[in-house]
Design a protein around this ligand. Structure first.
Ligand code: FAD
Length: 319
């Protein structure tokens, strides 16, 4: 019996979301009197043993380069093998793009109950109840899971990374991984930017910025704060900004520690992608803009006057 955590990588490095999942899984193991173990797929440049500081005692490593490119079917089979080897009764994923693709497949394969989008530790007093976001983050639901194996996909940024001391034992695991049914033929990557889904701070612009020629306003503030940039959908639709920056119901859902919205009205479809942010700051010249209702801090003012002043102040503060 153990808690098994999927340790997700990007180009051989463990993702921040996985460190959250590790810390979360380790706490569940402590709560349920079991041990936390991890599983890594593909070759890696990480010191896996050092991940023990997040509370995992053992890491199963299926070191096959056929697993270096994400393939949901191949990953599901490999993780199922690790679940069987570990005798895991709880499996933890990050509810990121990879976790969203694998967790439901593993759930079907193992006939295991799945809670996707968990935001808190399970209540394990009597039964196993997990709190999750529903209706695009506008409400919570508590889900009771009664299957022998339970799968939890933890929302990114919902649980703080906790590092202590310790090293993990690395166990090489051999799983018969058949060649993926799909093949990656090319990858076009955006380089030099902070990935939006992993960013702690996001500066986002809307139609209030009038046109792409004014985006230096957003970029300068983002640069000063070491933040990623994002935008509302009409901005991406008008090709002012690339579509991978579009956040909301039909774009990326993010949960940074700080989300700064500049010239964005706060339509419900936009909020659906950003309302899990820890702190929301809204800059809008219309005091009636709906976004102010969801904001922790608001500035009523013209972005073209307010934002350069904030950027200057941040630069001064950071020296
Ligand atoms: C099915 C569906 C799905 C959708 N999905 C998404 C989605 O995923 N993401 C998304 O963002 N939208 C989505 N939308 C669109 C959404 O409904 C809104 O139309 C959109 O979010 C509005 O974008 P905006 O706030 O940038 O622009 P606007 O609504 O035009 O708002 C611009 C804001 O800028 C302010 N402003 C103007 N000038 C200044 C200035 N100088 N200084 C400061 N403030 C200023 C204005 O007061 C206004 O509040 C979706 C819509 C539908 C129907």
């Amino acid at each position: 019996m153990s808690v098994l955590i999927f340790i997700d990588q990007a180009e051989g490095h463990v993702k921040k979301a996985s460190l959250e999942a590790l810390s979360y899984g380790a706490k569940i193991a402590e709560q349920t009197g079991t041990t936390a173990e991890g599983v890594v797929l593909g070759t890696t440049s990480e010191d896996l043993a050092a991940l023990g500081k997040y509370g995992v005692k053992k890491i199963y490593h299926i070191n096959k380069d056929t697993l270096n490119h994400f393939d949901a079917q191949a990953y599901t089979k490999a993780i199922a093998k690790a679940v069987e080897t570990a005798g895991a009764t709880i499996v933890v994923f990050s509810n990121n793009v990879d976790g969203k693709a694998i967790a439901p497949r593993l759930s079907a394969r193992l006939k295991a109950g799945l809670v996707a989008g968990a935001v808190a530790l399970p209540e394990t007093g009597s039964g196993f109840v997990v709190k999750k976001n529903v209706f695009s983050g506008k409400a919570f639901a508590k889900i009771s899971v009664a299957t022998p194996i339970r799968i939890i996909a933890l929302n990114p940024n919902a649980y703080a990374i906790k590092a202590g001391e310790g090293t993990a034992e690395i166990v090489a695991l051999d799983a018969a991984v058949e060649a993926p049914k799909t093949k990656v033929v090319s990858v076009n990557k955006v380089t030099g930017e902070i990935p939006l889904s992993e960013a702690e701070v996001v500066v986002s612009g809307g139609r209030g910025l009038k046109g792409p020629e004014n985006w230096a306003l957003v970029e300068d503030l983002a640069h000063a704060l070491h933040a990623a940039t994002a935008c509302s959908r009409p901005v991406a639709d008008a090709h002012w900004r690339p579509h991978h920056e579009h956040v909301g119901q039909t774009g990326l859902a993010i949960a940074p520690n700080l989300y700064i919205a500049i010239g964005i009205s706060g339509a419900i479809q936009h909020l659906a992608g950003v309302n899990r942010s820890k702190v929301i700051v809204v800059i809008n010249k219309d005091p009636e803009a709906p976004f102010f209702k969801a904001a922790d801090y608001g500035i009523v003012g013209d972005a073209f006057e307010v934002v350069p002043k904030i950027t200057e102040a941040v630069k001064k503060l950071k020296g």
